[in-house]
Design a protein around this ligand. Structure first.
Ligand code: ADP
Ligand code: MG
Length: 714
């Protein structure tokens, strides 16, 4: 068995199942190892039959989100609950024939509580379930008349069950047709078949930081033998994620530092530079921070080495115009430039924005849109134009870096919302032209110490100022009871000509999850609001064309209320929207909520952010209050960390930050620092990992870069 073989080469996986695995992003045997469980279940504690009625009653109230789940778990649709009942067999099991199959049943009774257990097509159980013996029955139990009913329970001896109770059972993110058992069986097969005993991490580093071995970590992240083992597995794998990320970034830096800048940009002193002309005629004045950043960039473009710069600026600080003005600089100097956005919606918005700017200032610059949803013909046309115009500006998604996208004369590459891209994407862009200048833009509110670690390969410019005259967004955290008042408020804002976003955590109704979904919510809102108000929904499962259309209509105010998942979290700019209402706000990370809030407050009018906390939990309330106190991303991230403390690893992740599957740069900041120190020590010794003792690391990094997933799709 090889890590790089296709998942279809495994036993028991036919073409259909293979396709299902592809749908969840698992292509190779190695991929499934990295398909970590979302969560873990524990075997439910043994419950005496007499206590079942009380248990069923309380199960419905269980709103506890912090996992692992140790309580009986209520199923969404019926009232059944998974339980383990210990009971003695008092009567011989009864086998009867029903519709061409044999049904075995056992009647249990304890005090006055009765239960019937049934199994289909397993008549031989009669020999196992001997009278007088004790067993534990695990299955879903549901009330039926005056008694209870359980179908196909699993049977254990009490000793066996007790020995299994320490284990945690993986819960994977599922897809229709691909169940929990299929995924865990496949993982099991891979863990048994692959030889994971060779650890790429030097023994010395493992010992120094008390990190588990690789094979132990892999086994226990999927099938933890105890909570402690899981913690150890996570620690090791999070360290690995950070270590590999920093090493690959560091190696990239090495490569880039050798590249001399042989582009020939027009001198800054020259008269009639377009960048200056547009800057002077904008309807607003650039902030000092924007000006400073732009100067730093333009100096780099004319420097001795190619630029490697990060522009960090909070949401709304005006990064787009800085990118445009830099690209303008390239265009006038006769070079191509490219802007890469993480979503189609955002790419489209940038393209339209640039088109308007070019028209308004009478700039004759060929603009080319390049996204995944273009038809083959449109794509071909785009490629042709890229060959034709040596000073084109190309705007797009990761389609920009696909093989056939051939640039002719690329001098500058800008990536927007960089945290959404992996190191891999950055690398492939560098390779497009003859090593273009690279500018990455990010709104990720990370403290400087972490930024230096994560972006160690880049120079940093900070836009630490938001345009004046803008009113801070007014925020409030309310309970479910305030929903109607919120709708009234929404109506008032719309009556003033403004627009609103409503964010829900889910795309559609989901079994076992009590959270609002955009599909049903949009319908509900249509009823609540008057018929003249156009409500639409949008989410990541929609086709790109449809998403773009909805965004365009929203931008033109043909839609007043947009009910959406967090697809709109990054970058979307509709200044006329003044209300951001977030359902189940407690389910989101604070950094993410801050990004969402950043979608409003972009115009002249006062904007509002209404966060609905649907729990009674004090902790959730306290967390959300942090957002109330501040509009500053850095402050929010720091407070969030303080409140949660490290080790809260089943809490809400600051999702969307970087490409880490397990690691969270805030929660695991300590591991991040350790990994960074070790990675740099190695890089210092051996800049290109050429030494023989680093061969295993070098191979691992190669593999790591190869499996970087494309783009986070919400
Ligand atoms: P972000 O940094 O979040 O990407 P954008 O670039 O989308 O922010 O800018 C947000 C809004 O602010 C846009 O509508 C843009 O036109 C406007 N803007 C940018 N710079 C300034 C400025 N100096 N003064 C006023 N408005 C500005
Ligand atoms: Mg932006």
């Amino acid at each position: 068995m090889e890590k790089t073989s296709g998942i279809g080469s495994l036993k028991g996986i036919g073409a259909k199942t293979e396709q299902l695995f592809h749908n969840i992003g698992v292509y190779t045997i190695g991929d499934i190892l990295l398909y970590y469980p979302k969560n873990y279940d524990q075997m439910p504690p043994i419950t005496p039959l007499a206590e079942i009625p009380a248990l069923l009653k309380s199960a419905g109230d269980d709103e506890n989100l912090s996992l692992p789940r140790v309580k009986a778990v209520p199923e969404a649709k019926d009232r059944s609950v998974t339980v383990a009942i210990a009971a003695r067999i008092d009567k011989t099991p009864f086998v009867r024939a029903a519709r061409n199959m044999q049904v075995t049943s056992v009647a249990l009774q304890e005090q006055n509580v009765k239960a019937d257990l049934v199994w289909f097509r397993m008549p031989y159980l009669k020999n196992t379930l001997k009278t007088g013996a004790w067993f534990v029955f695990l299955g879903k139990i549901a009330p039926k008349g005056k008694s209870f009913h359980m179908e196909q329970p699993q049977i254990f001896t009490p000793e066996k069950y007790q020995s299994m109770q320490n284990c945690l059972w993986p819960c994977y993110a599922l897809t229709a047709g691909l169940g929990k058992n299929k995924i865990s069986q496949t993982v099991r097969q891979v863990l048994d078949g692959l030889d994971l005993s060779v650890d790429y991490l030097p023994e010395e580093i493992r010992q120094k930081h008390g990190l588990a071995e690789y094979n132990y970590a892999m086994e226990n992240i999927h099938f933890p033998e105890s909570a402690y083992a899981l913690e150890q597995a996570r620690k090791r794998l999070i360290f690995d994620e950070f270590f590999q990320f920093i090493l690959s970034a560091g190696m990239q830096k090495e490569q880039m530092e050798e590249v001399v800048n042989d582009f020939d940009f027009l001198p800054l002193e020259r008269e009639g530079l377009w960048t200056e002309q547009v800057m002077d005629s904008l309807p607003y004045k650039l902030t000092e921070a924007q000006k400073r950043t732009l100067q730093e960039i333009r100096k780099d473009l004319r420097g001795r080495k190619v630029m490697q710069r990060l522009v960090q600026g909070d949401v709304g600080s005006g990064k787009t115009i800085v990118a445009f003005l830099s690209m303008l600089d390239a265009a006038q100097s006769g070079y191509q430039s490219a802007l890469m956005a993480p979503t189609e919606v955002l790419a489209m918005q940038h393209y339209q924005n640039f088109t308007e700017l070019c028209e308004r200032y009478d700039l004759h610059i060929p603009l080319i849109l390049l996204t995944g949803s273009l038809t083959a013909k449109e794509k071909r046309r785009a490629y042709e134009r890229m060959q034709l115009y040596p000073n084109a500006m190309v705007v797009g998604t990761h389609a920009l870096i696909q093989d056939r996208a051939m640039y002719d004369n690329l001098a500058l590459v800008v990536t927007d919302e960089q945290h959404r891209f992996g190191v891999k994407q950055r690398e492939s862009l560098f390779q497009k032209g003859s090593q273009p200048h690279v500018l990455v833009m990010s709104a990720t509110p990370i403290p400087r110490t972490l930024a230096i670690i994560l972006y160690g390969d880049l120079d940093i410019s900070v836009i630490d100022e938001v345009p004046a005259k803008r009113l801070p967004v007014k925020s409030c955290v309310v309970g479910k009871a305030a929903r109607n008042t919120s709708y009234e408020f929404l109506k008032k804002e719309i009556a003033k000509g403004h627009q609103a976003y409503v964010i829900c955590p889910l795309v559609e109704e989901s079994e076992g999850l009590k959270a609002e979904n955009v599909t049903d919510y949009a319908e509900k809102l249509k009823q609540e609001l008057s018929a003249q108000i156009v409500v639409e929904c949008m989410h990541g499962k929609m086709k790109s064309g449809r998403k773009n259309l909805i965004m365009e209509q929203f931008a033109r105010n043909e839609i007043q209320v947009l009910v959406s998942t967090t697809v709109i979290e990054v970058g979307v700019n509709v200044p006329n929207a003044t209300v951001m209402m977030i359902e189940d706000a407690q389910r989101f990370g604070l950094a993410q909520l801050h990004q969402l809030r950043g979608r409003v407050g972009r115009g002249q009018a006062q904007s509002y952010c209404i966060m609905i906390n649907t729990t009674d939990s004090d902790k959730a309330k306290k967390r959300l209050e942090i957002l109330n106190q501040s509009n500053d991303g850095f402050f929010i991230a720091a407070e969030d960390l303080k409140l949660r403390g490290p080790g809260d690893f089943f809490g809400i992740r600051q999702s969307g930050l970087f490409e880490f599957k397990l690691g969270d740069i805030y929660q695991n900041a300590d591991l991040l620092k350790l990994a960074s120190e070790e990675a740099h020590m190695i890089l210092e010794e051996d800049r290109k990992l050429e030494a023989e003792e680093h061969q295993k690391i070098r191979e691992q990094i190669g593999y790591y870069l190869n499996c970087q997933s494309e783009i986070v799709n919400l």
